[in-house]
Design a protein around this ligand. Sequence first.
Ligand code: NAD
Length: 402
Amino acid sequence: MVNDNKTMEHRSVLRLQCEPLECVRIGFVGLGVRAKRAVHRMMHIEGCRITALCDLVQENIDEAKAIITESNGGSPATYCDNDGWKALCRQPDVDLVYICTDWASHANIAVYAMQQGKHVATEVPAATTVTDCWRLVDTAEETQRHCIMLENCCYDEFELCVLNMAQQGLFGEIIHTEGSYLHDLRDRIATNDDGGRKWSNWQVEFMNSHNGNPYPTHGLGPIALAMGINNGDRMKSIVSCSSKNVGDSLLRGNMNSSIITTEKGHTILVQHCITLPRPYSRSFLVSGTEGFAQKYPIPLFAFAPDSDNVATGELCDKLMEQYRHPFVTEYKERGEELCGRRWIDYAMDCRLIHCLRNGLPLDMSVYDAALWSCLVELTHTSANNGGEPVEIPDFTRGKWDR
Ligand SMILES: NC(=O)c1ccc[n+]([C@@H]2O[C@H](COP(=O)([O-])OP(=O)(O)OC[C@H]3O[C@@H](n4cnc5c(N)ncnc54)[C@H](O)[C@@H]3O)[C@@H](O)[C@H]2O)c1
């Protein structure tokens, strides 16, 4: 699959470095549940300031503004109409547009923001169609702006530890990985039940018309980084199957399972299930020629030659200490004080601001955002065609191996 736009000259943004920003001025678009937590986090991160807020609901703007005012964070401009996000993107004192709206609107806002010269951070998934994934890549290349997808699971402790180990070669050649989103969310999806936390309508509606994996990036992101996808290997094709649907599931199948094959002959199993009674899991399994790691249901490692000698409990903790990733050392303690178990979001935001302030490449590129997000459409296509293989675009245009 190639991009239609063949006439354009493409300047890669892999490992893009931009002018350092002394203070990162942020405009938030979408101020729902997720964004308000982010606004709160930003109040505790040095070198950034929120200069603009936008939502369609005035109450959300007021609540976000109150968080800022109470922290002496100044007085951001506010926008509360259908085109408010465009005005926010044009606001001169905004460097970074931080998008926390519904899935279908991420790509349009991101593209427009980059066209106005802004960097973009968008919630997951960055886009829901292959066409929009290409628009993100094309626009980032045209404008030479950053576009990062806020995949917070890449900053969890075990995942970062495994990344560290993988980069030091402890697993040998990584042959197979697994990542998933297995989360019993039946109470949130139920529409006629007063208990539990409800999902917004946009989420339920999207799920209702989707037959594949509508939310692949939490499972996929960390294993893609550990495997060096877009950095020595690339995802080549995918087959996807959905189970039958039982109960009052809004998805057309309760369980979706997809297998990706990479250019170098490695495989990735990605699963999605939110409507069966099962314990929370993102799987996170890494299997190489020299070792094995798995996070759920309990974290463990095993290494050659004695792979039956499994390191769990204290032994696992010891290895995690030994291979602790620098981001964990830097951000976990303070993050936990501020956000409890959501410290990974704090680590993610701190890294984003740090890289922008220092003109460094971001931890994840627009190519990662596009690749991980394009599976929303591709799993649907394959599952609708009886699990037929579907080609995965090379968003890097051949630069994945450099
Ligand atoms: N990474 C994670 O762990 C995680 C967790 C929860 C949500 N999310 C993601 O965060 C995003 C937001 O989720 P949420 O739960 O906060 O949803 P939400 O429905 O609570 O919030 C979305 C907000 O966007 C606003 N909005 C929609 N269109 C807009 C527009 N055109 N202009 C301005 N505002 C607009 C809505 O009014 C709403 O307030 C989603 O992409 C979701 O997948 C990620």
